[in-house]
Design a protein around this ligand. Structure first.
Ligand SMILES: [Zn+2]
Length: 762
């Protein structure tokens, strides 16, 4: 009798396990092996099969990607929790906005609730190991029968997104397979790995311009309310093996300190478990700061979610690499020399590094996340409410008013709609003004979005230079968008708003009856982020521009009215080579023959002919340096060789001459976004051309900076930020800033639209 029961139980167990195939069994190759990659469709098919076979796994579709792929997220937890997901979500939602709950009720919800943790993979498509690891991890969780895994799954609901960039994963796997075994094996993609924004898909998490960002953001802030978010990336090949928080300085003073304590708790356990398994090269306090807002999990810091970034060293996609010990180096914030330090006590010695290694590191760290979340479930749940309540108290009776009576109401509506999408409460008065009460869980987020940044200057030793920001130093939306927002007190309750449909911008209404110009954008091999953002912006507003590779430009531009040179370094436009000082590494690995070349002499000549014959050349930021060098125009960049000028990405003040077609309709003063050493000085030209200074920096250095950080601003005073000129029968417009920076700087979008029509007015 006993024997039979045992036999039946054994049979049942084996049948169940057999039904839940491993990713390697299901896909028919060894996942994680050298030179083997599962593509996005295979990953989705595996997750769907796993969900069909296991009661611990469910697959949700978050939406469609830019190129119409299904964007999926797996939900993984114990059988019991999977039957109870609605209640678990409801508890998380209440704790995320605990207004109206007393301490006892919060404590009770934390006791009864389950931790919800979100793990996102592969947003940067070439950082591909995590997407492969995700299948193995989900399979292990679905099939494990040991007490510890069951305990973790009983306490935690895991939201697992195998790729935040499905289109990019498809591009990378297609390209990788095409050149596998050739001299281009594992090489970089010749174009952006997101249809529009490439690497900047991880700079979009407060602006929500892309469909993937929007869909994920909705799942996080409107549906699941996770307490912890871990985003898995890869970094360079020749430094430490894996960055795990604690983050590096500086720290944003507006973020609740419990965020850092929890990130450190989770991160420290990850490193502890990795070190126990003798994984070398772990580092914290390195490179990645606790100040910048734009990345996936970072935006959550101001919205009471503990976010962690993991960065593991890369291979060549799925092909192994060999690193000589002499090639290992530090040089970044937190590790100046490559050696043992307290934040990097066990340096990796060099040798072979493969995708399997990356997956193993990521898997151990991911399991350690579940362990900590299970151990600290109640703390994590309660702390969300603690942070939310602190934010409500901080907001008090304060409010932001977006007055209806302002320069650019459609863009003001756009800003209000964006805040609504972020889960912020918006009300509207009878006179049309929007009101944003601050007494809510996201009050710190509102401050961060709507008020100027003062970059925290941190020096690690007296007299030494300050720590530089990882990315930009500012994101103040009212300045970037040219919207008036006033901080005041909430005078009354107004009508709650649930939907805002912004009207059309004035500049677009003005040109609506004119035929659309034919627009070309320069697209270098290897891709350029600003090309992608420019194309995105113009597509958004129905311009359908064409992106041209070097050979297309050399073939002649007679079919276009406007040619746009985006923010690309002049050397890269001219020769495809990277600039850099004496002794710097200028090597970039070779692309296949079909994807080579730059503008060179022939392209420069084609551009000149285009403008002389009546075309408009529009250049942004670094692209202006190329025009200055190649066209005989009365403009120079006074900051081209400035030694002590630095700006990592800040908003500064300019005065606008708005009696020119390019600046028509703009306010007399505006903010522009700058991140490149460029400011123009013009001179009075001969009779062959006319020039207009469209924007100038203030007279006084102290008036330049509006938000962020800058050094050497006295070199910009009274210099021009934008100039326009005639050239032959055509026109040149130089915008020495980022007029459409990551889709954020609505204040300067009108200059782009106006420039497209300059000389073509009816
Ligand atoms: Zn990355």
């Amino acid at each position: 009798m006993k024997r039979t029961l045992f036999a039946i139980a054994f049979l049942l167990a084996t049948t169940l396990t057999a039904a839940v195939q491993s990713p390697s069994q299901f896909l028919g190759f060894e996942v994680g092996a050298d030179r083997k990659l599962a593509d996005y469709k295979q990953i989705v098919s595996y997750f769907r099969a796993l969900a069909a076979a296991s009661p611990r796994v469910r697959v949700e579709t978050l939406g469609k990607t830019t190129l119409s792929e299904d964007f999926i997220m797996a939900v993984v937890s114990s059988e019991g929790n999977m039957r109870n997901l609605e209640k678990i979500r409801e508890t998380a939602r209440k704790l995320a906005d605990p207004r109206g709950l007393n301490d006892e009720q919060i404590a009770q919800l934390a006791r009864d609730g389950k931790a919800i943790v979100l793990v996102t993979c592969n947003i940067h498509a070439s950082e591909i190991a995590s997407s492969q690891m995700a299948m193995e991890w989900a399979h292990a969780l679905a099939t494990a029968n040991d007490a510890e895994t069951k305990r973790r799954l009983d306490n935690v609901v895991l939201l697992l997104v195998p790729s935040l960039n499905p289109d990019g994963e498809t591009m990378i796997t297609d390209y990788y397979r095409k050149f596998l075994g050739t001299r281009y094996d594992g090489g970089r993609l010749p174009w952006l790995y997101h249809h529009y924004v490439g690497h900047d898909n991880n700079r979009d998490w407060f602006m929500l311009t892309q469909v993937e960002t929007k869909a994920m953001s909705r799942a996080v802030y409107n549906e699941w309310y996770p307490q912890v978010w871990v985003d898995e990336h890869q970094m360079g090949t020749d430094g430490p093996r894996m960055f795990i928080p604690p983050f590096a300085d500086p720290v944003d003073p507006d973020v609740h300190p419990l965020i850092w304590r929890e990130a450190n708790l989770v991160g420290t356990n990850m490193a502890f478990r990795l070190e126990q398994q003798e994984k070398a090269g772990l580092i914290y306090g390195y490179s990645f700061d606790a100040y910048w807002l734009g990345g996936t999990r970072n935006t959550g810091w101001w919205k009471n979610i503990t976010g962690l970034l993991l960065e593991t060293a890369s291979a060549r996609i799925a092909s192994p690499i060999v690193i000589d010990p002499s090639e290992l180096h530090g040089g970044s914030k937190g590790l100046i020399e490559y050696k043992a330090t307290v934040n990097h006590p066990h340096p990796w010695a060099g040798g072979t590094w493969r995708m399997r290694d990356i997956m193993d590191y990521e898997r151990i760290a991911s399991d350690a996340l579940l362990e900590t979340a299970a151990d600290r479930r109640e703390d994590l749940l309660r702390d969300v409410a603690v942070r939310a309540n602190a934010a409500v108290a901080f907001g008090g009776g304060k409010a932001y008013r977006i007055p209806h009576d302002q320069h650019d109401w459609p863009t003001a509506q756009f800003l209000a709609a964006l805040m609504l999408e972020h889960g912020v409460e918006i009300q509207q008065a009878d006179n049309g003004d929007y009101w944003i009460p601050m007494a809510g869980p996201y009050s710190r987020f509102l401050v961060e979005m709507l008020e100027p940044q003062r970059y925290p200057e941190v020096r690690l030793q007296a007299g030494k230079d300050i720590l530089r920001p990882y990315d930009v130093a500012t994101w103040t939306l009212p300045l970037a968008m040219g919207v008036t927002v006033e901080k005041t007190t909430m005078p009354a309750r107004f009508k709650p708003v649930t939907d805002i449909k912004p009207e059309t911008k004035e500049v677009l209404r003005k040109h609506a009856s004119q035929p659309k110009p034919r627009i070309a954008i320069y697209n270098p091999w290897g891709g350029a982020l600003d090309e992608g953002w420019t194309r995105w912006l113009l597509d958004q507003y129905g311009f359908t521009p064409k992106s041209l590779h070097p050979a297309d430009v050399k073939a002649g531009l007679q079919n276009y009215d406007v040619f746009i040179l985006p923010d690309i370094e002049k050397d890269e436009i001219a020769s495809g080579r990277r600039a850099g000082g004496e002794g710097s590494m200028k090597y970039i690995d070779e692309l296949p023959p079909d994807y080579r070349g730059a503008l060179e002499k022939e392209g420069a000549a084609a551009l000149k002919t285009f403008v002389e014959n009546g075309g408009t050349l529009l250049a942004f930021n670094a692209g202006c340096d190329y025009v200055i060098e190649n066209f005989n125009i009365p403009v120079r960049n006074v900051l081209a060789r400035a030694a002590d000028f630095s700006v990592p990405g800040s908003l500064v003040r300019v005065h606008v001459r708005n009696d020119h077609p390019v600046t028509a309709g703009m306010a007399e003063e505006t903010a522009i976004f700058i991140d490149h050493p460029i400011a123009f000085e013009t001179t009075s030209p001969g009779n062959e051309l006319q020039r207009w200074v469209l924007m100038t920096y203030p007279e006084e250095a102290r008036d330049v900076l509006l938000s962020g950080w800058i050094s050497g601003e006295e070199k910009m005073t009274r210099k021009a930020a934008a100039v326009a000129m005639t050239y032959g029968k055509g026109r040149i417009v130089l915008l020495g800033f980022r007029p459409q920076h990551r889709g954020q700087t609505h204040a300067t979008f009108p200059m782009i639209f106006n420039a497209l029509y300059w000389g073509r007015e009816n």
